[in-house]
Write a protein that binds this ligand. Structure first.
Ligand code: SAM
Length: 290
């Protein structure tokens, strides 16, 4: 089957099922066979791997995942898509289709239930862009069992996720994700491979969860919150963001702390490495909770 045959099949699925695309659910369906094959190749899936798919849509990616993986669990929020998918994949005995909002799922509980016998758990998805960040945070903060993620997201978010300190894209999301994972911007994807075309450019990003985190903050949930506070207003200095966030301490306290830790008091949050954030978060946690 050629790439153009496949395009028709997405079109056919839409018209045969009289399906009206719901923009508010981030529905941009993949119609290009080459991109689908590339995604699955990058995901390095074999018959020992369990795959979680977020938002199977009409099943374009699901079809490939079922072929390659031992087991696929796909979460779809749109109740109109569920019967279409059930009908399309009625023969697939390694697919569990769950009509659920991914943001309300207890991921590790479902992994225990559905992925017995899998050596690795990989999330593969063309994400709904209106909730890219909450989905990333959900997997990183509430799962200890996912090993890797291969995700289509907005190129702009992908640049943030994979950026380095002192660059314009580096922000709280970068720090929190790279604390738990190694990230890589794999490739950019043109708008033309989707129906309908999204307004923004897209990219495939790889996120490999670290087996072992060498340096951990004393209090992880304080650390996550602290990092967000440091970046509250990007154009402000770190000192000003700290002073606004923790108003019980005045400017002089923050100035002394930053100088004491070897930083210039005019430094901005984007200049700090993950290790810097961990050290600073531990000190501030002590100050606040002592
Ligand atoms: N995987 C399909 C493809 O590549 O053609 C569809 C991808 S589309 C970008 C995103 C999908 O996520 C849609 O099917 C949408 O209905 C679904 N979705 C949106 N919000 C969701 C949520 N909170 N939980 C689960 N699925 C969601």
């Amino acid at each position: 089957m050629s790439s153009s045959d496949f395009r028709d099949s997405v079109k056919d699925l839409l018209s045969n099922n009289q399906f009206r695309i719901k923009k508010h659910l981030g529905q941009n369906f993949l119609k290009d066979r080459n991109i689908l094959q590339k995604i699955v190749k990058e995901a390095k899936i074999d018959k020992t791997v369990g795959v979680i798919e977020v938002g199977p849509g009409l099943g374009s990616l699901t079809e490939y995942l079922i072929d390659s993986a031992l087991k696929v669990v796909a979460y779809e929020i749109d109740n109109e898509l569920v019967p279409i998918l059930k009908n399309r994949f009625s023969q697939a005995d390694n697919l569990e289709l769950l009509h659920k909002d991914i943001l309300s799922v207890e991921i590790d509980k479902d992994i225990d239930q559905y992925f017995t016998g899998c050596n690795e758990i990989v999330v593969v998805a063309n994400l709904p862009y209106y909730i890219t960040t909450p989905i990333l945070m959900r997997f990183l903060e509430s799962s200890k069992k996912v090993n890797r993620m291969i995700l289509m997201m907005q190129s702009e978010v992908g640049m943030r996720v994979t950026s380095k300190p002192s660059t314009k894209d580096y922000n709280a999301l970068t720090v929190v994700i790279n604390y738990r994972a190694e990230t890589k911007y794999l490739f950019k994807v043109p708008k033309t491979v989707f129906v309908p075309e999204p307004n923004v450019d897209s990219a495939i990003i790889e996120i490999k969860i670290r087996n072992f985190i060498e340096r951990k903050p004393n209090n992880e949930s304080f650390f996550f919150d602290f990092v967000h506070r440091c970046f509250t207003q990007r154009r402000k200095t770190l000192l000003n963001n700290l002073r606004d966030s923790y108003s019980q301490f005045d400017r002089a306290v923050w100035e002394t702390l930053l100088i004491d830790m070897g930083y210039n008091p005019t430094i901005r949050a984007e200049a700090l490495s993950i290790d810097d954030f961990i050290k600073l978060s531990d000190r501030v946690d002590e100050m606040i909770n002592r």
